[in-house]
Design a protein around this ligand. Structure first.
Ligand SMILES: NC(=O)c1ccc[n+]([C@@H]2O[C@H](COP(=O)([O-])OP(=O)(O)OC[C@H]3O[C@@H](n4cnc5c(N)ncnc54)[C@H](OP(=O)(O)O)[C@@H]3O)[C@@H](O)[C@H]2O)c1
Length: 256
């Protein structure tokens, strides 16, 4: 039976763990060849092994810190050199250190924007250049409920996701003619590796997060990486060929 991403080549930034790992695995299960990117070689290689050995698809780990234009260009070029083309890009890599506006230093601001905005912008730029040569493709931006005004203690992060939302609409409108789409997924609240680590530092354990979600999230639970991946696969697939510039909320009602 034909799978939803059969034959497609998909780059997932931040595919080494958390939400990105869940997306990479589901893309592979749907027939895609996956480029798993991130900085952690050990975790990246583990995801690649699961794709190759357990799922039976093809995968490549490309180690990059996407905080510079050069690294983003290399990521896309190495992906194209290996698989011959790219059909999809998931701009998932992101960092979310806490800080109110009054606590935010220039250094913190730059570190967040380098990954969440500059990385996504330049990965998109080089993905679009590659997709223009092969007749189109689909980009998915991994967003947050914080894009619209954001939690007080997530000042720079919220602004970075606001910029990503603009990037989504910009690409969605201006490259539609060339068959290049961009869509945004609003992530609700996921107990990813990063989210668990962050809360452990504050003395809050994973079970407590799930307990808090029962009252904080309208649906009564945290979302999972798989919840995100179902939406991302749809947006990468040909089923969504007329969907561009949109926002898909997978947040259990959070942020509405
Ligand atoms: N968890 C949530 O509740 C939540 C809510 C809203 C939005 N989001 C968004 O979802 C996305 C994934 O977050 P997550 O919760 O899965 O976090 P996570 O578990 O910390 O994973 C983050 C991923 O980003 C990669 N990454 C971070 N900095 C990087 C850099 N400089 N260069 C390349 N890769 C980098 C990491 O890879 P390496 O460690 O290998 O570099 C890792 O794979 C983010 O964009 C985040 O803003 C999450």
């Amino acid at each position: 039976m034909r799978k939803r991403l059969d034959g497609k080549v998909i780059v997932v930034t931040g595919g080494t763990r958390g939400i990105g790992k869940g997306i990479a695995l589901m893309c592979a299960a749907e027939g895609a060849k996956v480029i798993v990117s991130g900085r952690n070689e050990r975790e990246g290689s583990q995801v690649v092994s699961r794709i190759v050995d357990d799922i039976g698809s093809e995968a490549l780990f490309v180690r990059k810190d996407i905080g510079t234009e050069a690294a983003c260009r290399e990521l896309i070029e190495e992906s194209v050199a290996h698989f011959g083309r790219i059909d999809g890009l998931v701009n998932n890599a992101g960092i979310f250190p806490r800080g109110t506006m009054l606590e935010t230093t220039e250094e913190l601001f730059d570190s967040i924007f380098d990954v969440n905005v500059k990385g996504a912008f330049f990965c998109s730029k080089y993905a679009i250049l590659a997709m223009l040569r092969t007749g189109g493709g689909s980009i998915v931006q991994i967003g947050s409920t914080n894009a619209h005004k954001g939690a007080k203690e997530l000042a720079a992060y919220s602004c970075s996701k606001g910029a990503l939302l603009t990037l989504n609409r910009h690409i969605g409108v201006h490259y539609a003619k060339e068959g290049i789409r961009s869509n945004w997924v609003t992530v609700g609240w996921v107990a990813s590796d990063g989210e668990i680590e962050l809360h452990e530092k504050m003395g809050i354990h994973e079970e407590q997060l799930h307990e808090m979600a029962k009252t904080r999230v309208p649906s009564g639970r945290m979302q999972t990486p798989e919840d995100m991946a179902y939406g991302v696969v749809f947006l990468l697939s040909d089923e969504s060929s007329q969907v561009t510039g949109t926002e898909l909320s997978i947040a259990g009602g959070l942020g509405i």
